[in-house]
Write a protein that binds this ligand. Structure first.
Ligand code: 5GP
Length: 113
């Protein structure tokens, strides 16, 4: 069984793809929590940061750099944005495939709920 995001990567489930290369895909979140809500996802299955390996250092860094490029393209440099990674039950991780949330377009509360 593929993860939900693997099905999106394999085009078995539709999604609005805003970026893609050999290693990373970025899509619009289906249930946006801010005017801009993207998910930046490694194409290989890493369940969450608890499963990340040292050998994946470059890939993990690339996720952050892709999020920066998307932020620049979206013109949110001035107002800023938030990157969130939910890991496990207490963080409310719903999809067991690592993903960065990029949230922007409104004032975001801190601390998060
Ligand atoms: P998590 O709670 O695991 O950090 O975040 C999972 C995110 O995936 C949620 O924000 C949820 O709205 C989003 N999501 C769940 N199912 C789908 C889907 O089928 N398509 C897209 N584009 N996003 C999804």
């Amino acid at each position: 069984m593929n993860s939900l995001f693997e099905k999106i990567i394999n085009r078995e489930i539709p999604a609005t793809i805003v970026f893609e290369n050999e290693r990373v895909i970025a899509i619009k979140d289906i249930n946006p929590q801010a005017p801009i809500h993207l998910l930046i996802i490694p194409k290989i299955l890493i369940v969450n940061l608890l499963q990340a390996q040292e050998g994946q250092q470059a890939l993990l860094g690339e996720l952050l750099l892709v999020s920066k490029e998307l932020a620049l393209q979206l013109g949110i440099k001035e107002n800023g944005y938030r990157i969130v990674i939910n890991n496990g039950v207490d963080a409310g991780q719903e999809v067991p495939h690592l993903h960065l949330h990029l949230l922007a377009g409104r004032k975001l509360n801190w601390p998060p709920g």
